[in-house]
Design a protein around this ligand. Structure first.
Ligand code: GLU
Length: 482
């Protein structure tokens, strides 16, 4: 009896953690947390040419960053080769697998012939019926042999996938697949079944690209007289053009989104909805609610579309609601990575000023990167003027003089507060016969470099009087000299 819920996430360290892999990890994790079960992390690193230890490290880091912590492992397949060999031999001894002496050249030639004749190719079973004496003779000659699983000639394998429903495969459509290569290395099927069995995995939750592997693995469990886990395959993730998500569509690794300033909780929420609709069709779902509501039966088998705009929206929602104790260190880190020492650091009340700037900008940020990017002027005097904003808001010939006057009056006013600054600006506009909006827009570009920013008077207070006047004068000068 398998009563305990045990799942596994089994990445191959041949690349970074792909968002599809992260979605698989997340669904495993949610399923385990929901059921009070265990998630095992297994590194499928038997492909020595393509697996790299630094990629394993990167995968572990990405999982940790997402908060998807495993309960057991990591278990490395490369350390279990003896176990796989023993299992292949067991199957051979039980008469469920056999040695195959066909060389790669022979197999290739047969495949080519089948292709030329437009026949679907599957291994023709040449070595299936070799008499034992012949096997011994070939072995004695030192001929390398793979071990192939012997698929029954007739009948079907059927399983009830928790997402895709009943799946039935005719054994005639399966070939005698290799378990152990002639160099002694296991194939994917052998490693997966040996591990899932030894780890007492109750539910195999993985991408739909593995559906066609499942009947072969079920046949192995049956041959081993072992309990068969429940299978749940997750829908594919497509790009907006409905093609399978790939580099062509932009970043595909979790690490790349981290670098782009996406919050882990936003990415987790976004990935969770790639195939699963939480009750009530809510979009923003806190992780505790996800754990509570997660149900594989509610996962759709239709392909999911990776919508970058939605991720950006979700990220801004999460940033908007991020508690100060999470947001402030993230922004500081971002500024320091970008080489921007907040100028507030040199002043009294440094921390308070910094915080005011962050809180003013919080609801406008789409990513954490914005703080060192579009919002740069709030943290350093060294910022560029956006050429589009300049063209639009500094085109009036009167602007330099107006900004100079505004600087002088703000320097002289008694009350440099929200209402006071606004009064000064409106009085000046009226006196000079220009619309207040013209002056507001021109001043916004002067203070922030941007045509779009928080309310001008809020910006002024956050920057402080000295900085405001010197930036207004600097802009006026740059226009005169430009
Ligand atoms: N290592 C496989 C992959 O990365 C997963 C195998 C499995 O889940 O059965 O796709």
């Amino acid at each position: 009896m398998m009563s305990e819920i045990r799942v596994r996430f089994a990445p191959s360290p041949t690349g970074y953690l792909h968002v599809g892999g992260a979605r698989t990890a997340l669904y495993n994790w949610l399923f385990a947390r929901h059921a009070g079960g265990v998630m095992v992390l297994r590194i499928e690193d038997t492909d020595v040419d393509r697996s790299k230890p630094e990629l394993t490290t990167a995968i572990l880091e990405s999982l940790e960053w997402l908060g998807l912590l495993w309960d057991e492992g990591p278990i490395y397949q490369s350390q279990r080769l003896d176990r796989y060999r023993a299992m292949a031999l067991n199957l051979e001894h039980a008469g469920r697998a056999y040695p195959c002496f066909c060389t790669p050249e022979e197999l290739q030639a047969k495949r080519a012939r089948a292709e030329a004749e437009r026949r679907p190719w599957k291994y023709d079973g040449t070595c299936r019926a070799l008499p034992e004496s012949e096997r011994q003779r070939l072995r004695a000659e030192g001929r390398p042999a793979a071990i192939r699983f012997q698929v029954p000639d007739s009948g079907q394998t059927t399983f009830d996938d928790l997402v895709f429903g009943r799946i039935e495969v005719d054994h005639r459509d399966l070939e005698d697949f290799v378990l152990l290569r002639s160099d002694g290395n296991p194939t994917y099927h052998l490693g997966v079944v040996a591990d899932d069995l030894d780890l007492r995995i109750s539910h195999v939750i993985r991408g739909a690209d593995h559906i066609s592997n499942t009947p072969k693995q079920i046949l192995m469990y049956q041959a081993l007289e072992a309990p068969i886990p429940v299978f749940a395959h997750l829908p594919l993730i497509l790009g907006p053009d409905k093609q399978r998500l790939s580099k062509r569509h932009g970043a595909t690794s979790v690490g790349a989104y981290r670098e782009q300033g996406v919050l882990p909780e936003a990415l987790v929420n976004f990935l969770a909805l790639l195939g699963w609709t939480p009750p009530g069709q809510k979009e923003i779902v806190p992780i505790e609610e996800m754990i509570c509501a997660f149900n594989l039966a509610a996962v759709s088998k239709s392909n999911a579309v990776f919508d970058l705009e939605k991720l950006a929206w979700m990220n801004s929602e999460y940033i908007r609601n991020l508690p100060a104790e999470r947001l402030l260190p993230l922004v500081k880190q971002e500024l320091s990575v970008a080489g921007l020492e907040p100028y507030f650091a040199a002043r009294d009340q440094a921390e308070e000023q910094f915080q005011q700037a962050v809180f003013l900008l919080q609801s406008r940020a789409r990513t954490i990167k914005d703080f060192a990017g579009a919002f740069r002027a709030f943290f350093t005097d060294d910022f560029p003027y956006d050429p589009e904003a300049v063209k639009k808001f500094w085109k009036d010939a009167a602007v330099p003089a107006l900004l100079g006057d505004l600087a002088a009056r703000l320097a002289a006013t008694e009350a440099f507060d929200l209402a006071g600054a606004e009064r000064v600006l409106r009085a000046l506009a009226e006196e000079k016969g220009v619309k207040a909006g013209v002056l507001i827009n021109a001043a916004r570009v002067a203070l922030t470099g941007q045509g779009v920013a928080p309310g001008l008077f809020d910006v002024m207070l956050v920057l402080g009087r000295d900085r405001v006047t010197s930036r207004l004068n600097r802009a006026a000068d740059s226009m005169k000299s430009g």
